[in-house]
Design a protein around this ligand. Structure first.
Ligand SMILES: Cc1ncc(CO)c(N)n1
Length: 225
């Protein structure tokens, strides 16, 4: 078993719960409430800005040109392809570019992006990748699963979203991160591996919480009135 297979297996229960979450299923079956989706896209846009910063830090920490180049490619895909999806959905859904960028990060968005950033700032590439891997990998898994639901990729509202995350281009980033982490895990002690496993589990949990936050359209306490 490779190291990434091991940490994926260790986090299987939470990954399965994410796949089954009504938000995710709602995208696949086209039944998701549009207000929850709008909330999600705005929060996700803010999240992806921070995720991009973490990938930029990956470029800095990269030990060789190939790795630098891989992070630069992933960063470009996120800023200019994935986030373009959000910008075009926002336009269609009546959310202006200013509104999109001015979104106040919700409780899980803030906690998740701060945690990712904290791991990245420790300065070790393996920790950084362990923190961002559930992001790329779980969306690819979810994209592929949802794409199998009849009509999901053609749905007028959510089809484009499903096609993005089921795409080969998106999958390549996930696969590249997987192979990098396996490479970096070689020669590490069991204690070091457990540390990486714990980070991967934490961001896997945050992935679930992000779906749930969007489904509930969670607010900060003072916004609840
Ligand atoms: C919260 C979250 N996780 C993962 C992805 C995939 O990039 C995303 N867009 N948002």
């Amino acid at each position: 078993m490779t190291f990434t297979q091991r940490i994926r297996k260790n986090a299987d229960a939470i990954w399965k719960a994410s796949h089954k979450h009504p938000f995710v299923q709602g995208i696949g079956y086209g039944t998701l409430d549009l207000e929850s989706f709008k909330y999600f896209m705005r929060q996700d846009y803010k999240y992806l800005i921070e995720y991009s910063r973490v990938m930029a830090m990956g470029t800095v920490l990269a030990p060789d040109l190939d790795t630098m180049s891989g992070f630069a490619k992933a960063l470009d895909e996120t800023l200019n392809t994935e986030m373009e999806l959000h910008r075009s959905y926002a336009e269609r859904l009546g959310i202006s570019r200013e509104e999109l960028e001015a979104t106040i990060p919700g409780p899980v968005t803030l906690a998740y992006s701060s945690y990712m950033m904290a791991e990245a700032q420790k300065g070790a590439l393996a920790e950084l990748i362990a923190a961002i891997l559930p992001c790329a990998w779980s969306y690819y898994e979810i994209g592929l699963q949802l794409a199998k639901i009849p009509g999901a990729t053609e749905h007028e509202q959510y089809g484009e979203w499903v096609r993005m995350y089921a795409s080969d281009e998106f999958g390549e980033i996930a696969e590249w991160l997987i192979s990098k982490l396996d490479e970096l895990a070689e020669g590490k002690t069991e204690e070091e591996l457990e540390q990486l496993e714990a980070i991967f589990l934490n961001t896997s949990r945050y992935e679930y919480m992000f779906w749930d936050m969007a489904y509930q359209q969670e607010r900060w306490p003072e916004e609840l009135e």
